[in-house]
Ligand binder design. Structure first.
Ligand SMILES: C[S@@+](CC[C@H](N)C(=O)[O-])C[C@H]1O[C@@H](n2cnc3c(N)ncnc32)[C@H](O)[C@@H]1O
Length: 265
């Protein structure tokens, strides 16, 4: 018998820069009349929106293979088999083991998924950063205390009818009736190449891909002038929000003004 879909939002298991948990109350009224549709998130990141809206069907994609590997293992039923403590020496030991798995081509294992969870919770600011060799290089986080999850089965039930893919926004197969929620990396004014490797060209091709979708689309981004102009030109309805403080990639916690563009809603 298929597991019953929980109706109470679940806490995202990871810390994720740009997490949109705060937006869920604003999205719920837009989503409510479409909830029979499949939710598609081309930039699913920390999964705050899907876990807040709890669609029956969802297609969730991110270019970060480690985060998707972690979700796929939650879907299969992940058990905690590594020691999880907020301890500096243990953190560097686990980081070394995680990187050894990556070097050995074992980045898709359950062990890599668990270590990724531990490193995300224990490392500095929940950052996810790799060096030029593709090795995780975030330092120890020095939190006063950390509540590690020891039981992930609630996610397995929710994820039952969800699919997870690794890829670029333009590779996400979208069907006509899908409800698309897109939260790309923030545009940073006046820079051709923003930190995190998402350039203005990437912003533009994202906007064009979203504008081609025939079903409902919600786009969120930082409210820069050029993002506003881009989405207005493509026929999106625009509104603005004041976001709560955010973690940027530098760890800065400045407030941000956000834009929400909608189409076919
Ligand atoms: C702002 S975050 C999304 C946060 C998410 N909505 C949440 O609530 O946690 C943007 C995400 O886009 C992903 N990303 C960056 N470039 C991408 C690309 N070209 N295609 C797909 N995903 C990409 C990043 O890995 C990151 O997880």
């Amino acid at each position: 018998m298929p597991a019953a879909v929980p109706t109470k939002p679940l806490t995202p298991p990871l810390k994720w820069a740009g997490g949109k948990r705060w937006q869920v109350p604003h999205l719920r009224p837009l989503w409510e009349s479409h909830r029979r549709r499949r939710l598609v998130e081309p930039f699913c990141g920390g999964l705050a929106v899907a876990l807040g809206l709890l669609p029956e069907r969802a297609a969730l994609n991110d270019v970060n293979a480690h985060v998707i590997n972690f979700y796929r293992w939650l879907q299969r039923g992940l058990r905690v088999k590594v020691r999880m403590e907020n301890d500096k020496a243990l953190f560097y030991q686990h980081r070394e083991r995680f990187n050894a798995l990556l070097l050995a081509g074992k980045g898709e294992t359950a062990e890599a998924a668990l270590l990724f969870y531990y490193l995300n919770r224990t490392g500095y600011n929940g950052l996810c950063r790799f060096n030029s060799r593709g090795l995780f290089n975030v330092p120890f986080g020095r939190y006063a205390s950390i509540g590690y999850m020891t039981e992930f089965s609630a996610y397995r039930d929710v994820f039952a009818n969800w699919t997870f893919t690794v890829g670029d926004i333009e590779e996400v197969p979208v069907e006509r009736g899908d409800f698309v929620y897109a939260d790309p990396p923030y545009d940073v004014d006046f820079t051709q190449y923003s930190t995190g490797g998402f350039s203005w060209d990437d912003q533009e091709r994202t906007a064009v891909a979203l504008s081609r979708h025939r079903g409902p689309v919600v786009l969120v981004n930082q409210a820069t002038k050029r993002v506003e102009a881009l989405y207005r030109k493509l026929g999106f309805d625009i509104r603005f929000f004041d976001a709560p403080r955010r973690i940027s990639c530098t760890g800065d916690r400045a407030p941000a003004r956000e834009i929400m563009g909608t189409r076919n809603l």
